[in-house]
Design a protein around this ligand. Structure first.
Ligand code: PHE
Length: 338
């Protein structure tokens, strides 16, 4: 004859194994293992048992509890799996799914990537600097006098601490020369900021690719060769490139570059795309002062620098009529560049 506890255990196990739902299972758990459950009741009865009986019943009680608890867990698991299987069987796998929308690169990013790719093939390395700049990097170090209009609050975003949102990427010329001696051959793509009235061709934020080349014996011929090559790669070998004399405080001589190309939408006319020139000796001197050495001796080294307006290039290359489209987040516009 088995002990009453063993009979209880076997009854519980049979009931649990046959349970067809979570509620039935839970009711069984309460009935056997709950505070007033029939197996639990044996724990209270222990006190009244004889010394000899106590360890035998104690052992049986433990075994019964462990076995029933494990069976409940197993059964719960079995019920859950069954439920999931039924749910899955009800899914109509022939229904069409929801297509994931694929993003694409922004036209300006595409433009920058193309530009960067061309310069990299010519051996230019990438350099960078912060958008929030010191006035010194933005103006003083670039030979830009205190009364220059670019320094006016009407034209530049000043922060309360005196720093500025860089008005051009030429700041990276200075940062590069501060951190390394010549020779230098870098480009610095990035954003620049001016207090412009926003319209179809002006924006408070725009993008440039800055370039700086410093070595022994660099001349205007190198400058012209490099930028003509760049623009012909971009606009086709039959496009025309024109250098006009211009003024920048940090280059001498200075030029602006225009392109004309059949490839351009909107007719054949000269379009200004770049400012450039030979690095002014005063810039080298200022860098030497900051470096506390003579690494950029203007008697030994010369160089050229340029700044390409990338928004402008993207507009004329892609035939975009209004600069504001770049920042408008209109998917109908952006999808055209997928
Ligand atoms: N920093 C000038 C601008 O933003 C462009 C430039 C760069 C000119 C380098 C000369 C040399 O207009």
């Amino acid at each position: 004859m088995s002990h009453e506890l063993e009979q209880l255990r076997d009854a519980a196990l049979a009931e649990i194994a046959a349970a067809t739902g979570e509620q039935v299972l839970d009711a069984a758990r309460v009935r056997y293992l709950g505070r007033a459950g029939s197996i639990s009741a044996w724990a209270d009865r222990m006190k009244s048992l004889s010394k000899e009986e106590r360890p035998i019943v104690g052992k049986l009680l433990n075994e019964a509890r462990t076995a029933v608890t494990a069976a409940i867990q197993q059964s719960a698991e079995r019920l859950r799996t069954m439920k999931e299987a039924t749910e899955l069987a009800n899914i109509d796998i022939s229904l069409p799914g929801t297509a994931a929308e694929l993003g694409t690169l922004h036209p300006l990013t595409q433009m920058l990537d193309r530009g960067i790719g061309i310069f990299r093939r010519m051996g230019f390395a990438l350099a960078e600097g912060p958008d929030v700049e010191t006035e010194w990097h933005c103006f003083d170090a670039l030979n830009t006098a205190a009364d220059h209009p670019a320094r006016n609050e009407q034209n530049t975003f000043y922060l309360p601490d005196g720093r500025v949102l860089r008005t051009h990427t030429s700041t990276v010329q200075i940062r590069t020369m501060q951190s390394a001696p010549p020779p230098i051959r870098v480009i610095a793509p990035g954003a620049a900021y001016r207090r412009d009235e926003v319209d179809a061709t002006h924006s408070a934020q725009f993008h440039q690719i800055e370039g700086l080349y410093v070595d022994e014996g660099v001349s205007v011929a190198d400058l012209k060769g490099t930028l003509e090559f760049f623009l012909r790669e971009l606009f086709g070998s039959d496009s025309q490139v024109r250098f006009r004399p211009h003024y920048f405080p940090f280059t001498e001589p200075s030029f602006e570059i225009d392109v004309k190309s059949k490839a351009l939408k909107g007719g054949e006319k000269w379009l200004e795309v770049c400012g450039c020139g030979m690095v002014h000796p005063a810039v080298f001197e200022e860098v030497n002062k900051a470096r506390k050495d003579d690494a950029y001796d203007p008697e030994k080294w010369s160089g050229f620098a340029f700044g390409l307006g990338m928004d402008r290039l993207a507009m004329i290359l892609f035939g975009i009529p209004d600069l504001r489209l770049f920042a408008g987040n209109d998917l109908r516009f952006l999808r055209q560049f997928a």
